[in-house]
Design a binder for this molecule. Structure first.
Ligand code: GDP
Ligand code: MG
Length: 674
């Protein structure tokens, strides 16, 4: 605010030069509104009045008397009579009334003044509800009076501004100064009205407004006030009376009727006034409805930003713990409150603005916050997923630890699953925010998938265990039958072994089915388990056969088979006493052959086609356990004793047989003495 005279007294605190001589808009208006006039938070509950009139007609003096303001008057200025600009202040008293003192219109047709007059008129009309037109009584009816130029400007400008249907009217309050009462006020009013009608008629009106009347845009009020010096007391009374027109809504002449209100929320007033002045200054078309819309956008953005700051302050600190994997127990509640608080704060101020803008911005603002909340929620659900899965896996791991019993595992599984799913559901519900459409089906499906996969892995362990337990404990009958077949070593031996295997696999499969019923295996799992059971049983059999065909058991077996035939006799199995007449060589050869025949029968598996279960081949090939077997050997044709071992076994047999032969020779009872 440039002051032309540095010796001028300091500007009283309550008034602000909104627009200075250089036509600059003050940057301080918002802070005055908030901190000095305390009007910012008054919403629509405030009013604006502006005064217009020729210079030095006592405008500022009047305002100061009526409103208790401290606008500078000529008496105070002395050397600053040409000061121009628009000053603003708040009226003293309860009511939030902003007063604009428009200076510097002397009404003469000088270019520069004319321009400022027009700009001030535009500005004042755009924001003030009441325009005080201040004039001397004795100028009424003087057609060439300077005031008429001013009024013509006001009319023109008004026509430019308030074209939109439903635009507010403006109240023109004529204050006639140095009012004597010689001519009644009504007569003066009638004269003025006629003059105004004439001016109105003479205006070129914009298209579509050709037939508009003055009353479509204005209401007129009149007030006469006596000379300040010559009728000091009546002047004071007049000022007091006029004040009631502004301060008392019950007064018949109350000036601020609703139809005059410009509908600018107080908190948006500075931005609006500035935008208007900016347009006025650049001579742009001033279209008030779009200005209001712009203001609404601007203010709604500002209000949203402020509300968002509060929201972020509440919600921001939730990020870190969530990111580090924690479950924030109060998440849902906190998010709910933050959202609600922010929207309430937004609504409080923003709802006063242009409805469509407000509604749109509110939706955006809400979306913006809900997006933020959703990312928190997503992180939360991720953490919840981790925890749920971990707890579930731990419960199952424990339950599946051998020695486990299938039905105990099944019980534990049911319990753990319910705990996981119910716990998840509850935790998700608790973190939801009302009225948001967050879908969780995907997350829920992920959880199910993971639980299923953990269940499958654990169940697999239980099945493994069950299978190996069954084979270990329930295959004794088969073992016995196999041993018997090996002992007998007849042509039926291999088919007996196959039968034993067949039977055992049937029995085990039944036992498995009944013991695993509680696990509710899927068809695939059942199939895999059946394969595994058969393969395991097969490996068990092969292991037994391999042992029985290994060196020590084979040595025993061959020795005893030889001995039985060589040392014992007939069905009675009585020890043979060799006599010289006995054909020792033949018996020896037969006994040895009997032993050798065992090797021939069991040197390789010799199952008849179809003797073994049809599914065995496949089971061994697909089951893990099949890897224990020599992959080159087809099921049913495994070589048990290879030729090198066979040769060694036979050599050992020969050695022992020869020894027994010599022994027998030596022990032979002599029948003749040589
Ligand atoms: P403004 O330029 O319209 O704001 O006028 P001021 O309020 O500064 O007053 C201009 C001069 O008119 C000052 O010398 C005042 O003392 C004087 N004045 C104020 N009120 C009245 C009044 O009611 N009648 C007359 N005749 N002079 C007044
Ligand atoms: Mg003044």
């Amino acid at each position: 605010m440039a002051s032309p005279d540095h010796a001028a007294p300091p500007v009283p605190k309550g008034r602000l030069q909104v627009i200075n001589e250089a036509k600059e808009f003050s940057s301080e208006i918002a802070s005055y509104m908030r901190n000095i006039w305390h009007v910012s938070d008054k919403g629509f509950s405030y009013n604006v009045v502006a005064v217009f009139g020729s210079q030095s007609t006592g405008k500022s003096t009047l305002l100061n008397r009526v409103f208790g303001t401290q606008f500078s008057t000529m008496d105070e200025q002395i050397r600053q009579q040409t000061t121009k600009g628009i000053w603003m202040s708040r009226a003293e008293g309860e009511r939030d009334l902003l007063v604009l003192d428009v200076e510097g219109t002397d009404g003469r047709e000088k270019g520069e003044d004319k321009d400022f007059e027009r700009k001030s008129a535009l500005f004042s009309l755009a924001i003030a509800e009441v325009l005080i037109i201040n004039m001397w009584e004795n100028m009424v009816g003087l057609y060439s009076g300077a005031n008429l130029g001013l009024l013509r400007t006001v009319f023109e400008v008004n026509l430019q501004l308030f074209q939109a249907p439903g635009s507010p009217k403006t109240n023109l309050l004529f204050v006639l100064r140095d009012f004597t009462g010689v001519t009644p006020l009504e007569n003066l009013a009638a004269t003025l009205r006629k003059d105004l009608e004439n001016i109105w008629e003479g205006l070129s009106k914009p298209a579509g407004k050709e037939s508009a009347t003055m009353d479509d845009f204005f209401e007129l009020q009149f007030f006469g006030i006596p000379h300040k010096v010559f009728a000091a007391e009546p002047f004071n009374q007049g000022c007091a009376q006029l004040r009631t027109w502004f301060m008392d809504p019950e007064h018949a002449s109350y000036v601020f009727r609703p139809q005059f209100h410009k509908h600018i929320p107080a908190d948006g007033f500075p931005a609006y006034a500035e935008a208007i002045w900016d347009k006025v200054l650049t001579n742009k078309d001033l279209d008030l409805p779009s200005q209001q819309e712009l203001l609404a956008q601007f203010r709604c953005d500002e209000i949203a930003r402020e509300a968002l700051a509060g929201f972020t302050a509440t919600v921001g600190p939730l990020h870190a713990p969530l990111e580090s994997g924690q479950l924030v127990a109060t998440l849902g509640e906190t998010m709910q409150t933050a959202l609600h608080t922010a929207l309430t704060a937004f609504d409080k101020d923003a709802s006063r603005y242009h409805k469509p803008v407000y509604t749109r911005r509110r939706a955006d603002f809400r979306d913006q916050m809900v997006d933020q909340l959703h990312s928190l929620f997503t992180q939360y659900v991720r953490n919840l997923h981790q925890r749920t899965v971990q707890a579930f896996a731990a419960a199952l791991l424990h339950a599946a630890k051998p020695p486990t019993v299938a039905h105990l595992f099944a019980d534990a599984l049911t319990k753990a699953r319910a705990e996981a799913v119910d716990g998840w559901d509850q935790a998700v519900a608790a973190a939801m925010v009302d009225d948001v459409a967050w879908t969780t089906t995907e997350f829920r499906a992920q959880l199910e998938t993971e639980l299923n996969s953990i269940t499958a892995t654990r169940r697999r362990k239980v099945i493994d265990h069950l299978v190996s337990q069954l084979v270990k404990t329930q295959s004794e009958a088969m073992d016995q039958q196999v041993l018997a077949a090996l002992d007998a070593a007849t042509s039926q031996s291999w088919s007996l072994i196959a039968k034993a295997f067949h039977h055992a696999s049937g029995v085990l499969s039944q036992q498995f089915t009944s013991q695993s019923a509680c696990l509710a295996l899927t068809a695939d799992e059942q199939h895999a388990a059946a394969q595994q059971l058969m393969a395991t049983l097969w490996v068990h059999l092969v292991t037994q056969l391999k042992w029985e065909t290994s060196e020590v058991p084979v040595g025993d077996r061959l020795r005893s088979r030889f001995r039985e035939a060589f040392c014992y006799e007939g069905a009675s199995r009585t020890p043979r006493i060799w006599k010289p007449s006995d054909d020792m060589e033949t018996v020896f050869a037969q006994a040895k052959q009997r032993a050798e025949a065992w090797i021939v029968r069991f040197r390789a598996m010799d199952f008849a086609a179809g003797a073994l279960p049809a599914t065995l081949q496949d089971a061994v090939a697909t089951s893990e356990i099949g890897a224990d077997l020599d992959p080159d050997m087809g099921v049913g044709h495994l070589v048990l004793i290879d030729s090198a071992r066979e040769k060694r076994y036979l050599e050992l047999l020969s050695l022992e047989a020869d020894a027994m032969y010599l022994n027998a020779k030596r022990s032979m009872l002599p029948t003749t003495r040589e």
